[in-house]
Design a protein around this ligand. Sequence first.
Ligand code: AMP
Length: 284
Amino acid sequence: MVAVESLSELRQHVQNARQAGLTIGCVPTMGALHAGHISLVEAAKKETDFVVVTIFVNPTQFGPNEDFSKYPRPLELDLQMCREAGVDVVFHPEVPTVYPAGATTSVEVGGLSSVLEGAFRPGHFRGVATVVLKLFNMVQPDVAFFGQKDFQQQLVIKHMVRDLDVPVRVQTCPTKREADGLAMSSRNVYLSPEERQTSVLLSQALKLAETMVHQGGATPGGIEAAMKKHLETDPRVSIDYAKLVDAHTLADLNRIQSEMVALIAARVGTTRLIDNMLISGHLS
Ligand code: AMP
């Protein structure tokens, strides 16, 4: 495995792999790697011949009062995990490599970027879409791997790729969870032991939504209210949203339909967590 910081070195390694006839897989991350990220690497190794992991804490996707400066950056541990997972190249550029002085171009994916996460984190998906398109242009992968954990993100990226004819296939991989159901996240390290226990409420609320859909008789509004009620059983939780929406458009639902996603964003103490579950209901 090689770890490179410059775009020219990255391009050289990718070009060599291409000339050897290998297909290129890319796993974009912000580092602080955990088993969820490694599951994306494993998917990439299965589907492609040469795997590039990018590690870049992207400033443009953080709001002014968010955790950009305190976001964990354990680079040596990350490199070790990538080495053990069989990654070929880790690209970990500095901010000026990705955003040279004077850069003013950004990517705005209309519609999807302004709801849910986009409503609570204005500009977030502009930052995400811009950096992901840039990383795609830098790595030029055949396939890029994203986690379902960030459901809206993978949807936004798929729309961008479709709308802008980006020659990359985007593959979404299942969410890796701790034994109690908490979705793995780099931000889980912020949780105190008590908050860590409380955090299980998010995945429980999603399971509750799934059970209610499968039992039948509940409305989308009733299911959202039940998720909120479950989350509010602990005063450490403050909810940004708990929604059951169309899995393709993220539009609100009047009735239960076949392809839905339940999405939660909530702060546990000061740590903001997100989670989601795809739910298939009956057609009604
Ligand atoms: P991040 O470093 O948090 O930006 O995440 C990088 C990629 O890993 C994104 O595509 C995430 O959706 C994905 N990811 C994060 N957590 C998980 C998880 N628990 N399971 C699967 N993929 C994940």
